[in-house]
Design a protein around this ligand. Structure first.
Ligand code: MG
Ligand code: MG
Length: 257
């Protein structure tokens, strides 16, 4: 069942998303060679709690941290750790905020130092695909239009789309119906109606689309250990407009690539 939100509820998600966007901005200031990924998690958690909010991921099905930190071949759901970022790494930072009863969810993948051009191109294409997906997330379209736009764009560049993990509805729960795949057929799937709030989150691989789960029960990596990128926004559909509730503006003010 899909929970359509009232405009008052969307406003609350937007306030949650604003704290989230600023938490990402704080993390962005610290993305550099030599930084421990557990330190990034501490920055995010402190910022979120200082703003009378709760990190959505911490304790979610037993997840141990406020951020999912996914380095290089890790697609999503990596744990923050004592690992220190190295020159040439890419790092996906995924975060959720719970505030006034509502969740927001957003992710960004950063290059660290000098990253090989093919990997930088993967990041740029994945980020562009997120916005192409958002362009299709309009009233009267269907869920499949979003995934179709993402898939067509990234596959034309020779990349692959992860199928097993998808975007999702969100609101009072972090993960609600509908699923929002990053692949699919135009005109397929649920209709996008007023009050639908979804997280769109392309996960795009440089090599094979196949993934494996590590023994920790969370970490997802590419089967061929080639790089994977991930960007995510939370968006709300209205009859006359689509609002991107999260923003990467605080990241991009603090981190250029
Ligand atoms: Mg996320
Ligand atoms: Mg998500």
């Amino acid at each position: 069942m899909i929970h359509y939100k009232t405009s008052e509820e969307v406003q609350k998600i937007k306030e949650s998303a604003d704290i989230l966007a600023k938490a990402h901005g704080e993390v962005a200031k610290h993305i550099k060679v030599g930084v421990k990924t557990s330190y990034l998690d501490k920055i995010a958690e402190e910022f979120i709690r200082d703003h009378q909010a709760v990190p959505s991921f911490k304790g979610y099905n037993g997840f141990p941290a406020s951020l999912c930190i996914s380095v290089n071949e890790v697609v999503v759901h990596g744990f923050p750790s004592e690992y220190e970022l190295k020159d040439g790494d890419i790092i996906s930072v995924d975060c959720g905020v719970f505030h006034q009863g509502f969740h927001s969810d957003s992710a960004y993948t950063y290059p660290v130092g000098e990253v090989p051009l093919p990997v930088l191109d993967l990041l740029k294409a994945t980020k562009d695909s997120l916005y192409l997906g958002i362009e299709q997330a309009v009233f009267g379209n269907r869920i499949g239009d979003i995934g179709n736009a993402i898939q067509k764009f990234v596959e034309a560049k020779g990349y692959t789309v992860v199928r097993e993990l998808v975007g999702h509805g969100l609101g009072r729960s972090l993960h609600e119906s509908p699923e929002v795949p990053n692949y699919g057929k135009k005109g397929s799937g649920p209709l996008l109606k007023e009050g639908l709030v979804i997280a769109i989150e392309p996960m795009v691989n440089l090599g094979t689309r196949n993934i494996v789960q590590e023994r920790d029960g969370w970490t997802i990596r590419t089967a061929d250990r080639k790089a994977s990128a991930h960007y995510e926004h939370t968006v709300a559909i209205f009859e006359d407009r689509t609002e991107v509730l999260t923003t990467h503006k605080y990241i991009e003010e603090n981190f250029k690539f």
